[in-house]
Ligand binder design. Structure first.
Ligand code: PLP
Ligand code: COI
Length: 335
């Protein structure tokens, strides 16, 4: 694959993966191998009881050939927290980071130049063979690091997104929103496809009981000059590293950042003249153009375009990641 080709997000992997096995209470040393099928027993715990979690973060090519990884330690900690909540063996933080660095180093030539990036996808699965283990954790596991050259997650780049506001269903169980596990994405798929069919939207914003949470694969922010409003951290949604990065930068830029519960009614009032956006590793900061409710359509800031403050914050974040802006907070590490 040349670095100029732009496959859809996640459809192409680099040539190598790193693999470690958990058995008899400890992690094996890891191996870097060509990407290929895994030998998997049909009774493996993950195939029956969904014992799985994953992470997603990016690394960026620098003109001098170094590769900069963005806030890896945050993702390592989030994955260890997901593993704990799913009662899976926790990856060792040092080994996790070494596996990521080893894959990047091995496939260095496949890391695209900006605006592309290398998307790292660590995954942890329960492999104990026991179809009766519905209420027993998997004592054996595989931890694998995959890598994928990526560009835009949303087809159309900076095209303003159409979002359906879903008040009737939840994205996932209220204690599991904070866990990055495959089952949450499976749970959101049906409502997302239904909303796509019915309302022609890109994504669903889950707002159970009228409280705004997040979309299927990104956090949600309300933005205007000098001010940001987003839901305060609780167990119902994923605590995005991008969300944290944007809020930190915005505070440093003098924005007033409010983290609290807010309602659909408040959001619809905000977007009459304010902006709205999705934040995430894949989404970066993607502007929302239209919020669609069962009662009608609401054009963000009256225009339905991606707003200027959203564009500015996105550029400030991407600038740090790609090296155009200084990394004053130690968010990058180099391979
Ligand atoms: N919420 C969900 C459901 C996600 O899948 C993601 C993506 O990882 C996010 C939020 C944003 O998290 P982060 O910024 O750490 O990528
Ligand atoms: C990410 O931003 O890392 C995500 O998890 C999105 C992914 C589901 C494609």
């Amino acid at each position: 694959m040349t670095t100029q080709a732009r496959p859809a997000f996640g459809t192409v992997l680099t040539d190598h993966m790193a693999v470690a096995e958990f058995r008899d209470g400890q992690w094996s040393p890891f191996e870097v191998r060509p990407v290929g099928p895994l030998p998997m027993h049909p009774a493996a715990h993950v195939l029956h009881y969904g014992s799985e979690c994953f992470e997603g973060f990016k690394a960026y090519r620098r003109p001098d050939g170094r590769i900069a990884i963005f806030r890896m330690s945050r993702h390592v900690e989030r994955m260890r927290q997901s593993a704990r909540q799913l009662v899976l063996p926790e990856p060792d933080p040092q080994q996790f980071a070494d596996m990521v660095r080893a894959v990047i180093d091995r496939d260095r030539a496949q890391v695209p130049e900006a605006p592309g990036a290398l998307y790292l996808r660590p995954m942890l699965i329960g492999t104990t063979q026991n179809i009766g283990a519905a209420a027993t954790p998997s004592g054996e596991a595989l931890f694998i690091v995959l890598a994928s050259p990526v560009w835009d997650y949303f087809a159309g780049g900076m095209k303003p997104l159409r979002i359906f506001v879903e008040e009737r269903t939840t994205r996932t169980a209220s204690h599991l929103g904070v866990v990055k596990t495959g089952g949450n994405y499976a749970a959101a798929l049906g409502p997302t496809l239904a909303a796509r069919r019915e309302y022609g939207v890109d994504q669903v914003l889950f707002c159970p009981g009228g409280e705004v949470q997040e979309t299927g694969a990104a956090n949600f922010l309300l933005i205007r000059e000098g001010k940001i409003l987003t839901r305060s951290l609780d167990s119902t949604f994923l605590h995005g590293v991008t969300r944290d990065s944007l809020l930190t930068m915005a505070r440093d830029l003098g924005f007033q950042v409010e983290e609290r519960v807010f309602t659909v009614a408040e959001m619809l009032a905000w977007v009459k003249d304010g902006e709205a956006a999705l934040s995430g590793t894949a989404a970066v900061l993607a502007g929302v153009g239209t919020l669609v409710t069962r009662d009608g359509e609401h054009r963000v800031a009256g225009t339905g375009e991606v707003g200027p403050v959203t564009r500015r914050l996105r550029a400030a974040l991407v600038g740090i990641q790609t090296g155009e802006n200084p990394d004053t907070r130690g968010w990058l590490e180099y391979v």
